[in-house]
Write a protein that binds this ligand. Structure first.
Ligand code: NCD
Length: 306
């Protein structure tokens, strides 16, 4: 069966999330020489129209760890025939001739669906503009299961650019399904979480609050999920400049947090977490990077199982 992974909505299923997290945990403990090779003999393409370090490299590592060959275009906007005017659809049709799967990142919301509509092989959405980033959401859920306190209800605060930050969009929905949570959305008013995500919280009976500063709530969060202000999504540089330093996590802010809290960030960070925080045991964003490899292996194995 052809299984795409284009939308977070496909993963809003508790038992599937449990299964993927369990498998990612198994991969994390497995000696690299023991990895199974369910993708042996296949070729998987990775085609990125937007910059990426972690998503692309972890996917490409995962693809090869599971036995597939990799073909890759890392700057597809410049170095694929899209630059000459070829449509995304024709690009996908072309890659279908070479590969059994396509991992794609693209600046347009909905581009992964567009690709899936013409593809005869699975499309895996590695981020579509300011829309969705399902695999980051999955790895973040797994990271929270692994590192967050075991309290009955987790208070998760999302901080930064919640309007354009696709990782927040994906994680909000997945966490609402995976476990008992309450959300605090902390952002400048112009970058608050879109209504469709709070509507989803209402629908799932998940409590949430919205704030434009963190003074009153940083002391009670279990998970602090920091994000970058998404400069590339702003039409006017002045608008970006006005909000770019809205939230900077420094030693004095971290001192006010619970001992058991964790600090996450999908990365890249610009200046929203000062480097002095990195050695605090609550800062787990580089462990989060590692989780990405294991979750992407779990996902690929799942997509190519019968
Ligand atoms: C994020 C992304 O691309 O959406 N990065 C990532 O995939 N780890 C976050 C960001 O770019 O700010």
């Amino acid at each position: 069966m052809l299984k795409h992974a284009v939308s977070t909505d496909q993963f809003l299923n508790k038992s599937l999330l449990d299964k993927l997290c369990d498998r990612a945990a198994e991969f994390s403990k497995m000696p690299t020489g023991d990895y199974p090779k369910p993708l042996k003999g296949m070729t998987i393409a990775s085609i990125f129209f937007e910059p990426s370090t972690r998503t692309r490299l972890s996917f490409e590592t995962a693809i090869q760890n599971l036995g597939a060959n990799l073909i890759s275009v890392e700057n597809a906007g410049e170095y694929s025939s899209v630059k000459k005017g070829e449509s995304l659809e024709d690009t996908i049709r072309t890659i279908n001739a070479y590969a059994e799967g396509i991992v794609m990142r693209h600046p347009e919301i909905g581009s992964a669906h567009k690709a899936a509509a013409v593809s005869s092989v699975p499309i895996i959405n590695a981020g579509d503009g300011a829309g969705d980033h399902p695999t980051q959401g999955l790895l973040d859920v797994y990271t929270i299961e692994k590192f967050a306190a075991n309290s009955k209800t987790l208070t998760v605060a999302f901080v930064g650019d919640l309007l354009n930050g696709r990782t927040v969009h994906s994680l909000t929905k997945l966490l609402a399904i995976k476990r008992k949570v309450e959300f605090i959305f902390i952002a400048p008013d112009s970058l608050q979480i879109p209504k469709k995500y709070t509507d989803f919280c209402d629908y799932k009976h998940v409590k949430y609050q919205k704030f434009s500063n963190w003074e009153d709530c940083i002391t009670r969060v279990d998970v602090l999920y920091m994000t970058r202000i998404q400069k590339e999504r702003f039409k006017l540089i002045e608008d970006y400049m006005a909000v770019k330093d809205s939230f900077v996590l420094d030693t004095s802010a971290v001192k006010r947090m619970k001992k058991s809290a964790i600090i996450m960030h999908p990365l890249p960070r610009i200046n929203e977490i000062s480097v002095s925080i990195d050695k605090d045991p609550r800062a787990i964003y580089f462990e989060q990077v590692r989780s990405g490899l294991y979750m992407r292996m779990a996902l690929l194995e799942y997509l190519y199982s019968d």
